[in-house]
Ligand binder design. Structure first.
Ligand SMILES: Cc1cc2nc3c(=O)[nH]c(=O)nc-3n(C[C@H](O)[C@H](O)[C@H](O)COP(=O)(O)OP(=O)(O)OC[C@H]3O[C@@H](n4cnc5c(N)ncnc54)[C@H](O)[C@@H]3O)c2cc1C
Length: 418
């Protein structure tokens, strides 16, 4: 219940920041392994994370072996965690992290502190705002992110506009179409600056299926309207501009990890992923802090984040029992090509052993194809010819890639790019 005034403990074994799929999965796993006190802290009125706001399918296949809507999925994750003995503290915002590990909290009862043996950060991702995308024009009402639209439609039962333009073509942009349909909203266009749809191929037919004109290679340059949105100026592939009538703009995707706590605190951040630097155990630069879920990188599905949370629960249990290899000696993973946006984990604790992350996760900045190489100095220790698109998962088996490395760094580059 919102406002549940459960007394907040001052010290726990594991504090989990963020009650989304990753945090709840980790907390549940920790309790299943017999860890005595596990607290999940979430700033929202209820735990469940982003799926709580997504009133559409498909969630839950990995976790519950059935197709669920987001809110049902979130409720089940919470129920499973509570049944396992996890203590969940909603309306509790973590405002700071310091070595110890120690957390500063803002709670309904005022400011508080909490210490823990270990902390798991699982604060997820957020969409990039209109301001950060340099869209010109006035500041009328009716410009929202997908997340805000979902909260308005599914949680507040509001209909913020009737004929919006959708900016972006990531998976979440299609989830914006579903949300619009649910509320009887008819988008007038989907606008994508790139030359192709960013989401996976099965989604490409959806705009046409739902009667939403798709404008590829098109920029949204200006939003018009003084109080409410009245239209937008679009600039097409040849540079020609047109004004489109609409009464709202849904600014979708361009995700970034919710890493404010890391940025304000003492943890090392990776500019490529936007999340904390971790090793294969999900261990941050301060080894008392771990991270899991979409905080690690933009952006994965709920099922993937849940899976990372489960693995984090296993690793944290090992850590509490003193069975995790030390964090001192590392192999650094270096991204050495402009087509590679990020690589995760950013470092490998040595001597190498499997951890929570069994694969090196890569993302590219643009469509790239060719020979991807992992180099130990001048020696190529692993290579594969492949082609990949932005925002697609690219996984390299960690054991194969780093197993033979003798140096202190492993660099990743495309030797030939198509
Ligand atoms: C708008 C949007 C729509 C999406 N739609 C889909 C979809 O349809 N399907 C899909 O599979 N994935 C979707 N995703 C991806 C989504 O990130 C994953 O589904 C999944 O929720 C990730 O789980 P998580 O536990 O890592 O993070 P989240 O689910 O984001 O949970 C993070 C939790 O941390 C809490 N938190 C953050 N900072 C603090 C703090 N300082 N103190 C306390 N609590 C904090 C938040 O309140 C939140 O509950 C969407 C993402 C967004 C942003």
């Amino acid at each position: 219940m919102p406002g549940d005034a459960k007394a907040l403990p001052q010290a726990v074994e594991v504090a989990v920041v963020g009650g989304g799929p990753a945090g709840l999965a980790a907390a549940t796993r920790l309790k299943e392994h017999g860890v005595a006190s596990v607290a999940v802290l979430d700033r929202e009125p209820r735990a469940g994370g982003i799926p709580r706001h997504c009133g559409h399918y498909p969630f839950g296949l990995r976790e519950f072996h059935r197709l669920l809507r987001g809110p049902d999925y979130a409720r089940r994750l919470v129920a499973r965690a509570e049944d396992a003995g996890v203590e969940i503290y909603p309306q509790t915002t973590v405002t700071g992290i310091t070595p110890g590990p120690r957390l500063s909290l803002s709670t309904p009862g005022g400011a508080a502190d909490m210490t823990a043996k270990k902390v798991l950060l699982a604060t997820g991702v957020r969409e990039t705002s209109r301001a950060a995308r340099f869209i010109g024009g006035q500041r009328p009402l009716g410009v929202v992110s997908t997340g805000a639209l979902q909260s308005l439609v599914y949680l507040a039962h509001k209909r913020p506009f009737a004929r919006p333009v959708i900016l972006g073509s990531e998976l979440v942009s299609f989830s914006a179409i579903f949300t619009c349909r649910h509320a009887g909203i008819r988008p007038v266009a989907m606008v994508e600056p790139g030359e192709r749809v960013t989401a996976r191929s099965f989604t490409r037919a959806l705009p046409r299926l739902f009667g939403v004109p798709l404008h590829l290679g098109t920029e949204l340059v200006t939003i018009h309207g003084k109080e409410r949105v009245e239209g937008v100026t679009l600039r097409g592939p040849g540079g020609a501009e047109q004004v489109l009538d609409c009464d709202g703009v849904i600014v979708t995707g361009a995700f970034t990890p919710e890493a404010t706590l890391c940025r304000l605190g003492h943890l090392e951040l990776d500019p490529g992923s936007g999340g904390p630097v971790i090793d294969q155990f999900g261990r941050c630069s301060d080894p008392d802090f771990f991270a899991a879920g979409n905080l690690l990188r933009p952006v994965e599905t709920a099922g993937w984040s849940w899976h990372e949370g489960v693995a984090a629960g296993d690793v944290l249990t090992e850590c509490l029992a003193g069975r995790l290899p030390a964090a001192e000696r590392h192999l650094e993973i270096v991204v050495d090509h402009p087509a590679i946006k990020l690589a995760l984990p950013q470092r490998i604790a040595l001597p190498f052993s499997d951890g929570a992350l069994t694969h090196l996760q890569l993302r590219v900045t643009r469509a790239a194809g060719g020979k991807l190489e992992a180099r130990d100095g001048d020696t190529v220790v692993w290579s594969k010819t492949l082609s990949v698109l932005p925002e697609r998962r690219l996984l390299l088996p960690l054991h194969d890639v780093v197993g033979k490395v003798r140096g202190a760094t492993l660099s990743l580059r495309f030797s030939e790019v198509a």
